[in-house]
Design a protein around this ligand. Structure first.
Ligand SMILES: [Zn+2]
Length: 243
């Protein structure tokens, strides 16, 4: 079972585009839907993947674990917006995303800049080669960067349920040279119960790697799944071969 999800995380890691300044990591967030160990259900049916992520999947030098949390935050907001819309838009009028609605919509997070739809659009226009001409593409690019920054600020408010488990090909980071919050801290804040890792973070970028220690100290159970070290490190040869 754990092997199944670790393999999924490795698939994610291999989607990551290598850059000299970062590892390629994959992560899968799983919910235990039937925690009863005596359940007759096959083991795999008791778990559900709620989010996946890989290094730099979302713009802004994002990490795999972080992408899982950002996507969850986006999905939760989209859900909340839908509920709000259901309550507010009684006449079925489609809302627009311009200043006309400025005042009453000010507190809302609607529009093209947040939510899964925005993120999906971003992935599609990722190469900047989309239709609409360069300035159009550029505008969208900026919009999406703003969306990710906004979600980044709110992502730490994502509370995971106790039965949620993170699988990561590499130990969640304890320090980020970019200055963003470390994944170990994000996971502690999110309330995840257990984290499975394929390999510890090599000391290429950060010499004192304490992601595991940080999480264990704060009550997260961290489990190393042995046997996947080679597969987890394989997408990182661009970094490790420099040593
Ligand atoms: Zn990280």
């Amino acid at each position: 079972m754990h092997i199944h999800f670790m393999k999924l995380a490795i698939e994610q890691a291999n989607l990551s585009i290598p850059v000299p300044s970062g590892y390629c990591v994959g992560a899968v967030l799983v919910q235990e839907t039937h925690p009863d160990p005596d359940s007759d259900l096959p083991q795999l049916d008791r778990f559900k993947v709620v989010a996946t992520g890989y290094s730099r999947e979302l713009p802004g030098n994002t990490h795999a674990e972080e992408c899982c949390l950002i996507k969850l935050a986006a999905a939760a907001e989209e859900e909340a917006e839908k509920e709000l819309d259901a309550g507010l838009v009684a006449d079925g009028e489609e809302e627009e995303e311009d200043e006309v609605h400025g005042v009453e919509n000010e507190g809302r997070r609607s529009g093209p800049t947040t939510g899964m739809a925005g993120i999906r659009r971003l992935s599609m226009t990722g190469g900047g080669g989309g239709g609409g001409g360069p300035s159009h593409a550029h505008h969208h690019q900026q919009e999406h960067h703003a969306a990710i920054s906004a979600l980044r600020r709110r992502r730490s408010s994502v509370k995971l349920r106790q039965e949620w488990i993170m699988y990561s090909t590499m130990e969640p980071c304890s320090t980020r040279l970019s200055g963003h919050r470390a994944c170990a801290d994000l996971l502690v804040e999110s309330g995840v119960r257990r984290v499975y890792v394929g390999v510890r973070e090599p000391d290429h970028f950060v010499k004192t790697v304490v992601g595991v220690e940080k999480m264990v100290e704060r009550g997260i159970e961290v489990v190393h799944i042995p046997g996947f070290e080679e597969l987890c490190l394989a997408p990182n040869q661009h970094v490790l071969s420099q040593q």
